[in-house]
Ligand binder design. Structure first.
Ligand code: XMP
Length: 513
């Protein structure tokens, strides 16, 4: 396995994803993690990440010197290269000018990272992506330059004897065309690892660990129907069968037929499935509230109340399972240490009441979303479910603007179902990152045959994004939008107008509330 020491780059997670895609297990530790933990991890290779910091600043972060004495291959990326350089006796010069974007690296000497790699016309050149200000001006003893660009003489360096590698560019981003191949060469050829981290290996590993942690005790899981909680349910089912109880809370804020689908999928399985129909309780709690934050709070609180009621009906449950995934873990660790800028954190399940104390089981804690999806498929979840767009915890509660009423929810559900059906039919569902419909509780005039109508408005929203922190509105074809609009207005009595949301994030958010 590979250890990635994180110096705070925005793209450190991508390094881990690329390594895992190769089938090699890796984890990210902060650069200043306890040295005993770092040693205990027992890595066969270490990668030093990039960073927004500068090695020329006093007190800027350094790798523990143990890293260079451990006898395992080390790859420094961007800042990782720079700190390796200064720590081993080379020099780095600061610069106020950033080099940002595409660059061509000319391969100067043989290096295992570049073995057999060429550009599109077969020349020994590499298309890479750079983002740095500082640069290396002298390399430490024992290193040779293996690649350079017009502006960056030490774009790739190599110490054969020690198996230290450094690159100024970012092989982990997809703009570095041969980047994934370089990381593959590092993990497999240089570190001598094997790509065994496959879906079935992940499943076996998770099942064994769940059994070890839980023994013969009972486990409770709040099933939302989303990918993470569904995969968590399937893993637990496989590991402990009937010791698992899944509680699905129907908050009445779900999409068309969604509750039914979850029921049909999980009820026949060899586990205890509880369907808690609490739509009325949620609607009651939302009555008269139109402020978005107060709505979220009311929904969150009602969820806890309902879930706690269900939990109290069960005997001897010792564990609560959660579908926490690796990016959540990294994000909350970063938030705690104050080292990353957290733009938004979502809490769907706040704390449970005092009398319900459980130990946590989190079988997806070390997995990325794409790994969760792959094991979901391997565990038999249908593709349509695994590739679903994200859906917020408060559900349609934040997609009916203002006060939530049953009548509005029903109209929204039908309109959204038409939108999704058309996106699926035309292949646009997979091409956008998230798409949904928003109900606007205002009325607009229309003509339907000989009648004047005076009905509600819905807005369609479709966005493209990588990380949901920023997003662009999707350029859906006009004829598709026109067709969806016609269908919604003709088929749904009560909606007289459809608009398309063309706001980017920022300044808008993806959801409307
Ligand atoms: P915004 O609206 O902040 O949304 O641009 C970013 C992403 O987060 C989802 N979202 C939520 N997810 N609970 C969730 O689990 C929530 O309360 C929540 N609010 C927004 C939103 O759908 C989008 O994918």
């Amino acid at each position: 396995k590979i250890l990635i020491l994180d110096f705070g780059s925005q793209v450190t997670q991508l390094i881990a994803r690329r390594i895992r895609e190769i089938g090699v297990y890796c984890e990210i530790y902060p650069f200043d993690a306890d040295l005993s933990l770092i040693k205990e991890f027992n890595a066969q290779g270490i990668i030093l990440s990039g960073s927004p910091e500068s090695t020329t600043e006093e007190n800027s972060p350094r790798a523990p010197s143990w890293v260079f004495e451990a006898g395992v291959p080390v790859l420094g990326i961007c800042y990782g290269l720079q700190t390796m350089t200064v720590q081993l006796g080379g020099t780095v010069q600061g610069s106020s000018k950033r080099e940002y974007g595409h660059a061509t690296v000319e391969v100067k000497a043989a290096c295992p990272l570049f073995d057999g790699l060429t550009d599109h016309v077969g020349e020994k050149k590499l298309d890479v992506w750079m983002s740095h200000g500082d640069k290396v001006t002298a390399i430490p003893e024992g290193f040779v330059t293996v690649g350079s660009t017009d502006t960056c003489p030490y774009a790739a360096v190599y110490n054969e004897q020690k198996q230290f590698y450094g690159v100024q560019f970012h092989p982990e981003v997809t703009h570095s065309v041969q980047g994934a191949e370089m990381l593959k060469r590092f993990a497999l050829n240089v570190c001598g690892l094997h790509g065994l981290w496959s879906p079935s290996a992940i499943i076996d590993d998770a099942v064994a660990r769940i059994r070890e942690q839980v023994g013969d005790k009972k486990v409770l899981l709040g099933l939302s129907g989303g990918v993470d909680s569904s995969v968590t349910a399937l893993l637990l089912q496989k590991a402990i069968g009937k010791q698992l109880t899944c509680v699905f809370v129907d908050n009445g804020l779900l999409r068309l037929n969604e509750g039914q689908q979850v029921k049909e999928m999980f009820e026949p399985m060899d586990l205890n499935f509880v369907y808690a129909d609490a739509s009325d309780r949620f609607l009651e709690a939302l009555k008269g509230i139109s402020d978005p934050e107060l709505k979220r709070k009311a929904i969150g609180k009602t969820f806890i109340d309902v879930f706690a009621d269900e939990a109290r009906k069960l005997d001897d449950v010792e564990f609560l399972a959660q579908g926490t995934i690796y990016p959540d873990v990294i994000e909350s660790a970063a938030a705690k240490s104050g080292k990353a800028h957290v733009i938004k954190s979502h809490h769907n399940v706040g704390g449970l009441p005092e009398d319900l104390k459980f130990k946590l089981v989190e079988p997806l804690r070390e997995l990325f979303k794409d790994e969760v999806r792959r094991i979901g498929i391997a565990l038999g979840l249908p593709e349509s479910m695994v590739m679903r767009h994200p859906f917020p915890g408060p559900g349609l509660g934040v997609r009916v603007l203002g006060e939530v009423k049953k009548e509005y929810l029903d109209l929204l559900r039908r309109a959204d179902a038409i939108f999704m059906e058309e996106l699926n039919k035309t292949g646009w569902y997979q091409k956008v990152s998230q798409a949904f419909t928003v109900f606007l509780p205002v009325r607009a005039v229309g003509v339907m045959g000989d009648h004047r109508s005076y009905d509600f408005v819905v807005s369609l929203r479709a966005v493209k994004t990588i990380d949901f922190m920023t997003a662009k509105w999707a350029e859906l074809p006009y004829d598709l939008l026109g067709h969806i609009s016609n269908r919604i207005i003709n088929e749904i009595n009560g909606i007289s107008r459809v608009v398309y949301d063309i706001s980017g994030k920022p300044p808008a958010t993806i959801e409307w509330e």
